[in-house]
Design a protein around this ligand. Structure first.
Ligand SMILES: [Zn+2]
Length: 73
């Protein structure tokens, strides 16, 4: 089982890029057991992303929503 240092590092990494399935599974398991990392993940908004990645699976077609940003310039 990963320790808290590894878990928080993965939580940070998840902000930058998508974690591997193995990393997400290991991280999710740690976070379920560890309230400290759970709170850390909540603050970073990462837990939702992890759960979302699970639900989303292989589907990857969110690019079209980008056009909203362009219009608000
Ligand atoms: Zn922890």
């Amino acid at each position: 089982m990963m320790n808290c240092q590894q878990a928080t590092r993965l939580l940070s990494d998840a902000q930058e890029h998508e974690l591997s399935l193995k990393d997400r599974a290991t991280l999710k398991f740690h976070v379920m057991m560890c309230s400290g990392c759970r709170n850390f993940g909540k603050q970073m908004g990462t837990l939702r992303d992890i759960a979302h990645s699970y639900a989303k699976g292989l589907d990857n077609d969110s690019a079209e929503q980008r056009s909203d940003d362009e219009q608000h310039k």
